[in-house]
Design a protein around this ligand. Sequence first.
Ligand SMILES: Cc1cc2nc3c(=O)[nH]c(=O)nc-3n(C[C@H](O)[C@H](O)[C@H](O)COP(=O)(O)OP(=O)(O)OC[C@H]3O[C@@H](n4cnc5c(N)ncnc54)[C@H](O)[C@@H]3O)c2cc1C
Length: 420
Amino acid sequence: MKRDIIVIGGGAGGLAAAIAAKEENKDVLLIEREDRLGGILNQCIHNGFGLEVFKEEYTGPEYAEKFIEKARHLKIDYLLNTTVISLTKEEDEFILYTSSLAEGIQKYTSKAVIMTTGCYERTRGSIVIPGDRPKGVITAGSAQRYLNIDGYMVGKKVFILGSGDIGLIMARRMHLEGASVLGVAELMPYSNGLTRNIVQCLNDFDIPLYLSHTVTEVVADEKHRLTQITIQQVNERFEPIQGTEKKFDVDTLLLSIGLIPDVTLLDNLPVETDPLTKSVKINQACETSVPGLFIAGNSLQVHDLADNVSKESERAGHHAADYIDMKRTKEKGIPVQAGDHILYVTPQYIDFSWGNAEIICSFRSRKKIEKAALNVTQNGKTLIRKRLNFVVPAEMETFELNIEDIDGIGDIRVDLEVLS
Ligand SMILES: Cc1cc2nc3c(=O)[nH]c(=O)nc-3n(C[C@H](O)[C@H](O)[C@H](O)COP(=O)(O)OP(=O)(O)OC[C@H]3O[C@@H](n4cnc5c(N)ncnc54)[C@H](O)[C@@H]3O)c2cc1C
């Protein structure tokens, strides 16, 4: 029950992290609560995975299988149907308790932990929708799982609230399965999904997208089943505008209103959190403020591409392996601050004790900007200035910093400048 590295979560992130750590000859255990490896990829039966990593396009399950095959080839130990229910650290050792039907409660210890637990969907409770509380209002990800894994059609007349990628993909999926998809309402004046998904999932099937609209009423019948919704246009303060009501007779309302990194397991550890990512702060090695605790994938920041999850998690896996061999004193590091028009940036610290580790930074913009300049500065010195076209909050951007350019004191600032 003593391991070098335990990886929690066997999705795209956990698989890549476990493979990278195992390739460094570490003793790795991967723990997954579902009955198969692959995570969210298993329910994503559409194409669009792997272009970056494999230069070929795969479905989600095919993409997952590439990594699962490699994990098997490397003889990585993994547990299925096993949930990590507690994670603490005493001195230099992590202590994990797991729960499974087959084994009951078990205790494991490790020198390092990689968290790749993914994210969860925001539900109706996180936004205000007046009206009844009927059956038929579910998150788009749950509907996707019911349809693609369990084989249940969730409805016949469907409306979608929120234009996140899962909602867009489900609009197409439900249409192809014979449902009437009456529209997608998005509160913001722009979509929150990838442009390719707007084109391939809505435009190609004439499914209307109502920007600057929200659902303002939900009506149920006497059996508590959804029968009708009302959408309304909103003003710049997101208040519904009187007289813009449109009613739709529907039996299903799918919610695609945001994803939140799942870091609930970290509640008992003194990790520094980041209100901007709704996860925790890391340095360039994906190491949190707790030495030896690494995090990657959607539990660190919600990614739009699985390939980026794999690449980030692979780095976390290598660094967790290095951590075990390194004699180093962890530093808090130089803060990296999200500046003008930046929603968040990772890593939040650059720690010189990680020597020459690559510094791959990711960020999202706060708003849609047609022509922008990315400015990365420290102590009035420009580290990076680069022109970006069509920056949108839905698409994560990356840049690389060189450790030799960074001063040992002074915050690094990342700003987006709007160009005319
Ligand atoms: C609907 C949808 C469509 C997408 N479409 C595309 C696309 O076309 N192209 C593309 O590149 N990307 C796409 N993505 C993005 C990509 O699939 C994901 O970002 C990526 O797969 C997430 O990987 P992950 O490992 O971070 O999380 P997950 O896949 O969510 O894996 C997390 C795993 O951790 C497990 N877990 C959580 N807590 C515990 C615990 N306590 N104990 C044990 N196990 C635990 C979960 O069961 C899960 O298996 C899509 C995502 C979604 C949701």
